[in-house]
Every structure is written in structure tokens, then in C-alpha cells.
Write a protein that binds this ligand. Sequence first.
Ligand code: ZN
Length: 166
Amino acid sequence: MDQVPRERLHHGPGDGWVQCACGQRHWGLVGAAGLLVVRRRAGAPPAVLLQHRAAWSDRGSTWAVPGGALQPGETAVDGALREAHEEAGVAPESVGIRSEHVLAHPDWSYTTVIADELVHVEAVVTDAESIELRWVPADEVPALPLHPAFADAWPTLLARISDGAA
Ligand SMILES: [Zn+2]
């Protein structure tokens, strides 16, 4: 693992590793959450805003939605919006929350908050956790090296995005 920027090591009381009964360890003492922003344009397939994660991060160099550890007392929606703002410059008021999808492990959970782009969201890197932010057409997502938790959730997320009823 590469050098972790010092300020990320103890960023908040929710930051830390959980040794989960599934046999893996996960980032986020009270769970984690991410924001899946969906862009819908006439005549084009839906696209989603993905983050190419820094090499030093959990399962580094993979792609996933911007997100991270929840802080105690924070809802998944609040945490996902905060992380997306910190990591990807997504203004909370620029998206509309549609639904939440929870990936539940024995000792940990990851909530993907699905949101629609309401006003133009620029894909920009705003902190050291990102290598790149990119709008990816939904049908091209599986071709990327995905974070395992995001890869597990993707078929369900795609179904929710595709039927428009998310
Ligand atoms: Zn687990």
C-alpha cells in the first residue's frame, strides 16, 4: 500500500477498519456510504459518475462511486452527500435523492445512495482520494476494474437505474 496522507488516517470517529465476520476488513466503523449520481439525457443511455480511487485507498486503484466512512450519528444520505462533495465537488443541491441500496455484511454495511443529476455536475478531482472522476455510460461500467463491494451491488443498482423507478 502506498503512503496514506496523514490527515486521512484519523479524519473522524467513524474512520477505521472493521474486521468483518465475512473474512474481509472494511473501511468505516459504523459503515460506509457512497453517492451514485445518474445523468439522463434524451437519446443516450444513462451515465453514472464514477471515481477512480487513489492507489493508497481501500482496494486502491479500483473504480466506485465517491463515498467513504460514515460518521456516528450521520445518515447514509448525509454521509454520501458529504463524501461526494469532498471527493468529487458534487454540490448537495445539484442532485435529487431517489433511493438507497444497502449491501449488508455481518459487521458492516455499505449504502449506495442513488440520485439524479438536477443541474450540470462537472466531473472534477477535488481531493487526494481520487485519481479521476468520469461520467461512465451504464453499459460500460462492468468493463472497469471495480471495487468489489460496488461490483457486487452493480447489477441491482443498474436494474434500479434502468427501469427509471429508482
Ligand atoms: Zn464483510
